[in-house]
Write a protein of this length. Structure first.
Lengths: 173, 230
């Protein structure tokens, strides 16, 4: 294997930047729904009411797919809850979609972690399939026209600032 | 044979919805294609006009309804007239696109669900004092064709007299059976699940069925019925 020791600092920086850009582009392009209409669905919430996402057309919608055994999901749900408390009056709707196999465990999780936004059950995983979820947590930002604009397929420490910027951008449209 | 399904809301009375469109009123594919071509030409012309207009390079507001605010006061009247005409053209184009979309929708339905095999199932609800609707499942010939969850807003629409087209599909001529399961909250807020079934004969011509949810005041119970609209 060729050694990178002979590379100058500039060459290394360029290589690292190129790799990062390629990863970001691949991540964004891998999600076929970007720029498309968000698939409509109706799901039952843990509170018992039914929610149909097309009824929120005209407002910004954030969908986050989570599982009770996913540690990162918990941190992300807390962050999303804070942003929901801040921006709900600006026309933000937020739903957490549980893709747990064990509905009882998901219910326990919801009871133990009370959040301000509505949590939905997707026991058959039809909605997760329609949104092509292959990683948890995945968060989908849908604009006021019902178009999927941004997708996060993971949650890292730097994602919060980017997420808030993009959310504000959608709310300002 | 059952092909496809779709759900849509129609705040129409059932007899009006059940009437098939008059033979002459439906657009033909040739007419629709011609319309699409005309709209496309109009869009191209409008875009060309927008490119050539004097104010095109400046970031003017889309509405263009404030000619007095234009910075170039010397050329304001012609620029304002251009903007107004562009705005009118845009509105006309939007209207044409909406009309075209409607024609295409009608055409698509006629192609996918021809009248001789079409079967449509509607849902209506009256009063709703003894039953809060949550979901409806429809089986035709023992095969589940739709399962619909109702949101509070949809239930409100039904209670206000709305009639929802719950299912649209194709069935061959002959005898068939439709079974509908209604679930929700019944009297005393208890979980309530009931079924209703209807054996019907599908002849040549569209078949319209209505699932009716009504309150039976004497029994203090909801009543579920399936009506066959000939």
């Amino acid at each position: 294997m060729k050694s990178f020791r002979g590379w100058t600092l500039t060459q290394r920086c360029i290589a690292a930047a190129t790799l990062t850009i390629l990863c970001l582009v691949a991540n964004a392009q891998g999600f076929a729904l970007l720029g498309q209409s968000a698939p409509d669905f109706a799901l039952r919430s843990f509170g018992g009411t039914n929610v149909r996402i097309s009824e929120d057309r005209g407002d910004v919608v954030v969908l986050t797919f989570w599982g009770s055994q996913c540690g990162v999901c918990r941190r992300q749900l807390d962050m999303l809850d804070r942003s929901f408390a801040t921006y709900r009056s600006a026309g933000l709707h937020m739903y957490g979609v549980s893709v747990d196999d064990d509905a009882a465990r998901a219910r326990q999780f919801v009871a133990a972690h009370p959040l301000g936004f509505t949590m939905l059950e997707d026991p058959a995983k039809d909605v997760a399939r329609r949104y092509q979820i292959d990683n948890l947590p995945t968060t989908v930002l849908i604009d006021r026209g019902g178009i999927v604009r941004y997708v996060y397929r993971d949650f890292g420490p730097r994602d919060e600032a980017l997420y808030l910027n993009q959310l504000r951008e959608l709310l300002n449209e | 044979m059952m092909v496809g399904m779709s759900c849509s809301w129609a705040l129409l009375s059932m007899p009006a919805a059940a009437q098939s469109p008059a033979p002459g009123s439906a657009p033909t594919s040739a007419e629709t294609a011609a319309k699409a071509k005309a709209v496309r030409a109009q869009v191209e012309a409008a875009l060309a006009a927008a490119d050539n207009s004097p104010g095109a390079a400046s970031p003017a507001p889309a509405t263009g309804s404030a000619p007095a605010a234009s910075p170039a006061t010397g050329t304001a009247p012609p620029a304002a007239a251009d903007t107004r005409s562009l705005d009118e053209n845009t509105q006309q184009l939007k209207k044409d696109v909406v009309d075209l979309n409607r024609d295409l929708f009608v055409l698509e339905e006629e192609l996918l669900f021809p009248a001789n095999t079409q079967v449509a199932v509607y849902v209506s609800m009256d009063v709703g004092e003894f039953f809060a609707l949550d979901s409806v499942t429809i089986k035709i010939d023992n095969k589940e064709v739709t399962n619909y969850l109702y949101t509070p807003r949809e239930v409100d629409a039904l209670l206000k007299g709305g009639v929802q087209r719950l299912y649209l599909g194709n069935l061959k001529v002959g005898n068939h059976e439709l079974v509908a399961f209604f679930s929700g909250k019944g009297p005393d807020n208890r979980d309530y699940r009931r079924g209703a079934s209807l054996k019907f004969d599908k002849s040549i011509g569209a078949k319209y069925l209505e699932l009716k949810i009504e309150d039976r005041q004497r029994k203090m119970q909801p009543e579920f019925a399936i009506k066959d609209w000939e």
